[in-house]
Write a protein that binds this ligand. Sequence first.
Ligand SMILES: Cc1cc2nc3c(=O)[nH]c(=O)nc-3n(C[C@H](O)[C@H](O)[C@H](O)COP(=O)(O)OP(=O)(O)OC[C@H]3O[C@@H](n4cnc5c(N)ncnc54)[C@H](O)[C@@H]3O)c2cc1C
Length: 240
Amino acid sequence: METKEYDTVKQRVFLICKEASDVNQPLFIDAEESWIQPAIDALADENMAKFNKEKAIVYNTFQLYRKDRLTFLKQTIANAKANGFKVGAKLVRGAYMEKERARAIEKNYPSPIQDTKEDSDIDYNLALEECVKNLDMMGLCAGTHNEKSSLYLVELMHKYAISSSDKRIYFSQLLGMSDHISYNLTLSNYNVAKYVPYGPVKEVLPYLMRRAQENTSVKGQTGRELSLIIKEKERRSKLK
Ligand SMILES: Cc1cc2nc3c(=O)[nH]c(=O)nc-3n(C[C@H](O)[C@H](O)[C@H](O)COP(=O)(O)OP(=O)(O)OC[C@H]3O[C@@H](n4cnc5c(N)ncnc54)[C@H](O)[C@@H]3O)c2cc1C
């Protein structure tokens, strides 16, 4: 029964990837919890091999808050090199940290999540460099609201002499979040995709709640954006 259902999923994902390929539009496959991810990785790998011959159409998502994902990214690149296709990589830090840690404790296995935020940041930036270094056989999308990582990618593009508008590199932020990053990058000629959560309300709302919750944490984006707004208000009040 499960095999039959998986075959149906496989066929549907194939049809979506084929359509993306026919209309020449990149397709991002999101990453989920670590216990679901192997099936998603298998589907992504299979379709990358089929549809990414000329350029990256199908993108898998790599969550760098996981200890094993930098290695997995390198393996994916090596496999693509050996088999003659391009890798599509959306890099994110990862959205299910608490759930992952709670499950690891409950089921008594080592947590797959990095020990600290700094460790996630380090691997995220190393992954950016890995992709930029291998850009001849990649498409990269940096899905992040983090200013430092966004700036670091800009620096890497300078370092490796890649034009700001090179179509193989996209920055991406959610619609309504981190507009200061999206707008400033766009103004400087970088490619930016605004991610629009779309679907049934009962599924989209929990997704947005998760983003809002992580963004209100001490080190989160809302705090950073709020301090920028306060700074700008002060600057403007001095102009009066
Ligand atoms: C365009 C786009 C697409 C996305 N797609 C996906 C997806 O497919 N799958 C998915 O899981 N998420 C996805 N996300 C969400 C993403 O994984 C992050 O949760 C979110 O963007 C916040 O991380 P940040 O890089 O913006 O920056 P920051 O605000 O600097 O980082 C916050 C993140 O750091 C990590 N972190 C925080 N504290 C710790 C700690 N103590 N130890 C270890 N790590 C820590 C967590 O991942 C946390 O979400 C997407 C985000 C964007 C913008």
